[in-house]
Design a protein around this ligand. Structure first.
Ligand SMILES: [Zn+2]
Length: 186
């Protein structure tokens, strides 16, 4: 009984997928995946500190920088439907293709809606795809992350300043001076 619970019935859950692949897919879908941990340690080594999986934000972003009002999503290419034609990790299983196309399309649509609501609330968003995380891509990824975190001219920051100037703003950023100081910190 207990052991049945541990081993998911891959054929039922994910039609047309062999059990070995379904195990990989289970892993890639969850939080704290190895790609996410790779990204986290890269960012940590750069000296940035962050919060994880903030449930109070749309889409529960994987890595959150509250004082910068920025968030990073680390997406598995397969589940989130990476549309880059160069990406070889987003390939669909050869059987039941229609089922997979629908499922992944829905995931991708949900991602876009999440990003929209965060941007509307003044958050800066960066998506890091699984295929960008191998060691060979480290330098490129590092530059992207720094640019994203240090760019205080991003629209969301301006929106945030405008928001903080409004009378009665009680959001976490506090008064305007505080927001500015945070935006240029480090
Ligand atoms: Zn990809």
């Amino acid at each position: 009984m207990g052991s049945d619970k541990q081993i998911p019935m891959a054929s039922r859950r994910w039609p047309g997928v062999d059990p070995a692949r379904s195990r990989v897919m289970s892993l890639v879908r969850g939080k704290n995946t190895s790609i996410e941990i790779t990204v986290r340690s890269l960012i940590h080594r750069l000296g940035y500190r962050y919060a994880l999986h903030r449930k109070d934000l749309p889409g529960t972003p994987d890595i959150v920088f509250p004082s910068r009002r920025k968030a990073i999503f680390v997406h598995g290419c397969y589940w989130h439907g990476h549309s880059d034609p160069q990406c070889r990790r987003a390939r669909l299983p050869k059987t039941r293709t229609e089922f997979w196309t629908d499922k992944i399309k829905r995931n991708a649509e949900r991602d876009r809606a999440t990003e929209r609501s965060l941007r509307d609330a003044g958050w800066g968003i960066m998506v890091i795809w699984e295929c960008e995380t191998p060691v060979s891509h480290k330098d490129v990824l590092t530059k992207r992350v720094i640019k994203f975190l240090e760019d205080a001219d991003l629209t969301p920051v301006k929106k945030r300043l405008a928001h903080a100037k409004q009378e009665g703003c009680t959001c976490a950023g506090g008064p305007v001076g505080n927001v500015r100081r945070r935006a240029i910190r480090d």
